[in-house]
Each structure stands twice: as structure tokens, then as C-alpha cells.
Design a protein around this ligand. Structure first.
Ligand SMILES: [Zn+2]
Length: 408
């Protein structure tokens, strides 16, 4: 009897390891372990798409969850997790690479549903030079990173790669003479030398409170989410005291960050004084280089994407004659999934120049603030998210179809 229990335990350990290592080595970004009435479903998300991976018997589910919780140092029992949400993280060495996993659990009617985010080895991903930021946006970012105090804001919906960009920036700024702190919920990447705080708003440990403490500790660089007035106010206070703030916001494009900030009630002169760069971003499916095929776009396609000589010049593409450009498409091969493998970054970089500052300061005189800011930024060389996507498509990195999915 004892032997049988031991055997079961070994099987559970193997199953947990199999799920984690299979996901990590196949470039899976999320693992979902979902209980239903009679069975359990394990799904993986790869390149943004979910698919079924395993169907372990329901009888092993409580032990599997307990094992994952044990690995993630979560003290709550299986019974408690059937009633309350919880989270934790774990690190595992797979084929010589160290992977971090963030585990969260939420009670459903059939038991705790587990979501595990797979974070790739940090040394590979957290490098601003490897993110694939457009040349114009990269120049603006490099320039902004020379400054000592103020706000650099990343904008985009969930899943647009903001955290990866921010953590890559922190990795770049990380040095023994810098006091770097982050307020996160939850912590996603771990960087040695950076003080990362896992905020828990559900137990009253709020980010705004943490940012106040960062200021007390004389921070040089901080990373925060700018999601409500309290956090925004503290972030600006930190900037005014000499901190470089890497903020993030859930807006669709870069100009909207300025109007959103104005709507929170922050004084326009604070915004004009301290925000110096906004980068909105999106991820689009990356075309498989093995099976992509070149094609000449019809005039209808060019028209629907507003592709003309002016646009080609704006985005700095070497060929500016629309009649001579080509795009790519793919139907998939044995090396990819439906023609795509990985994702590319599209970005819209708004530099807060003297002219933009002027607009922000005189906000009461303008009826269409958002439109005016956008127009001014475009006249000063800003490339929109969609234009950045078109440039990627011209380079054969993605398809026009995927670019068309970028909504602003
Ligand atoms: Zn392929």
C-alpha cells in the first residue's frame, strides 16, 4: 500500500515536470490547467493561440495542483484554493536554461483553474536591442534613457509586450550605482540587482503606497503602472524628486496617454514638465521565413491601407514607388503553425517636444485635444502603430492581414 502511494507521488512529480518542461522548451507562453465536471484539460498558448495539449484523469487533479503549489511555495491547501484565489512563482532549470513560471489560481465551480505564465530565460529576452523596436522609435528611446528624471510611458492593451520592453529597459539601466525599484502585481521577470515588490492590492498592499516608499528610499529608477489618480500622482511626485519613472498605461495609442493623464486631474504643467517620451506598442504574428511567399499587392490593397509614396517616405522604406513594392503571405509548413512563428513588435513613439508641451499647457483653448496632439506628433515624424506594422510587412516579417488587426 505504501509502495503504491510512493509510486503515485513519483507519477505526479513527473506529470508536473512534463507539463512545465514541455511548455518551456516549445515556446509556450501560458499553461492553463482547467477542471471540469468529469475531466481536466491542459491547454497551451503559443504565438497568441490556445490549443489542447494534455488530458490527465480528473482523479490526479488535486495531487497535481498540490504538487504545483508546493513547487511555487504556495502554502494554501487544495481545499483553500477551491474557495480563494492565490498566486506564486517558481524557477526550474530545463536543458541548462533557467525558466521562471508565474502561477495563479482562481476557484471555478469545478475546482481551482490554474494559469501558469512561462517566462523565457531572461538573458535572452530582456535586451532592448533584441526587441525589434523601429529605428525611429529606438533612437527616441535611446535619447530618453540619457535623462535622469521624468516619465517614459509605455502604452498598449494587455499582451502588447509592455512589461518585456520595460524590464529590458531596466536591465539596460541596471548598474551598481543605481537604486532601481519596481511595483508589480504580480512580478513577471526577475532581474538580479533590481528591487522588485510584489504588490497585493487584495490585502491592502497598494502600489501607490509602495511608490511613496520608493521616494523615501531615494530611488533613481522605478517601474509602475499608471492606472489611477493615486498612482499617477505618486509617479509624478517621484519624477519631481529626481526619479526616472517607467510607467505603463492601457491606452490604444500614444497621443491618448496625454489626454488620459489630463483627465486624471494632473495639472497640465506637470505633464508638460515631466513626460518626455510615450511609446505605444502591439505585437503582430511573425511570418515563418521558411514558407513565406512574395506577392505584388493589387491597387485595391494599396488603397485600403493608404499605401502611397508619401507613406513609404514617412516610414523610411528605401523603395518609395508603390508600383514596385511587394508583400508576403504564407500557408504554413512543417516548421511553423499556419505560416507564423513568434511575434514582431510594432510601435508608435511620441516625443514630447516643445510644440506638444505648448498644446498640453493650453488645453483649455483646444476643442479636439487628442486630434491636435496626433497631428502635431505626426508632423514631427511620429510613425503610427499601423504604419510601423506596414513597414514590418514590407520587410517580410508579417502580413498586411495581421497589420489590419491593429486597432487604434
Ligand atoms: Zn512555415
Amino acid at each position: 500500500m505504501v509502495e503504491e502511494n510512493e509510486f503515485d507521488k513519483v507519477k505526479i512529480i513527473r506529470l508536473a515536470n512534463l507539463i512545465l518542461s514541455q511548455a518551456a522548451t516549445n515556446g509556450v507562453s501560458e499553461i492553463h490547467i482547467e477542471p471540469f465536471e468529469n475531466d481536466v484539460r491542459v491547454r497551451y498558448r503559443q504565438d497568441g493561440e490556445l490549443f489542447n495539449a494534455l488530458e490527465p484523469p480528473k482523479s490526479v487533479f488535486p495531487d497535481l495542483v498540490a504538487r504545483l503549489f508546493e513547487m511555487a511555495s504556495i502554502e494554501a491547501s487544495f481545499e483553500v484554493c477551491c474557495k480563494l484565489p492565490t498566486d506564486g512563482w517558481l524557477r526550474l532549470k530545463i536543458n541548462g536554461n533557467s525558466f521562471n513560471f508565474i502561477l495563479s489560481s482562481v476557484p471555478t465551480v469545478w475546482g481551482p483553474k490554474i494559469c501558469i505564465r512561462v517566462l523565457k530565460p531572461s538573458e535572452v529576452r530582456l535586451n532592448i536591442d533584441y526587441l525589434g523596436i523601429d529605428p525611429i522609435a529606438k533612437r527616441r528611446l535611446d535619447e530618453a534613457l540619457q535623462k535622469k528624471a521624468g516619465l517614459i510611458i509605455l502604452a498598449g492593451p494587455t499582451g502588447s509586450g509592455k512589461t518585456t520592453t520595460q524590464m529590458s529597459i531596466l536591465n539596460f539601466l541596471n548598474a551598481p550605482d543605481k537604486n532601481i525599484l519596481t511595483a508589480e502585481s504580480p512580478v513577471e521577470y526577475l532581474i538580479p540587482g533590481v528591487n522588485q515588490v510584489n504588490c497585493k492590492p487584495e490585502i491592502g498592499y497598494f502600489e501607490a503606497m509602495v511608490i511613496r516608499k520608493f521616494i523615501d528610499q531615494n530611488s533613481d529608477v522605478i517601474k509602475v503602472k499608471l492606472e489611477d489618480f493615486e498612482r499617477v500622482k505618486e509617479a509624478f511626485r517621484a519624477a519631481s524628486k529626481g526619479t526616472l519613472v517607467l510607467g505603463s498605461m492601457h491606452t490604444n495609442d500614444a497621443p491618448s496617454v496625454l489626454t488620459r493623464l489630463m483627465n486624471t486631474g494632473i495639472e497640465p504643467f506637470w505633464i508638460a514638465d515631466y513626460v518626455f517620451l510615450i511609446q505605444a506598442q502591439r505585437l503582430a504574428g511573425k511570418l515563418c521565413p521558411n514558407c513565406r511567399e512574395e506577392f505584388k499587392p493589387s491597387s485595391g490593397i494599396l488603397r485600403s491601407f493608404n499605401i502611397n509614396q508619401g507613406l513609404l517616405e514617412r516610414i523610411g522604406f528605401p523603395e518609395t514607388d508603390p508600383a514596385k513594392i511587394t508583400f508576403f503571405k504564407s500557408h504554413g509548413c512543417e516548421l511553423c503553425k499556419k505560416g507564423f512563428s513568434g511575434r514582431v513588435l510594432c510601435c508608435e513613439s511620441l516625443k514630447v517636444t516643445e510644440a506638444i508641451r505648448e498644446l498640453v499647457m493650453r488645453k483649455h483653448e483646444y476643442k479636439n485635444m487628442l486630434g491636435d496632439i496626433r497631428q502635431k506628433a505626426l508632423s514631427e515624424g511620429m510613425i503610427t502603430l499601423r504604419e510601423s506594422g506596414i513597414r514590418r510587412a514590407l520587410l517580410g516579417e508579417t502580413t498586411l492581414e495581421r497589420v489590419g488587426l491593429i486597432h487604434t
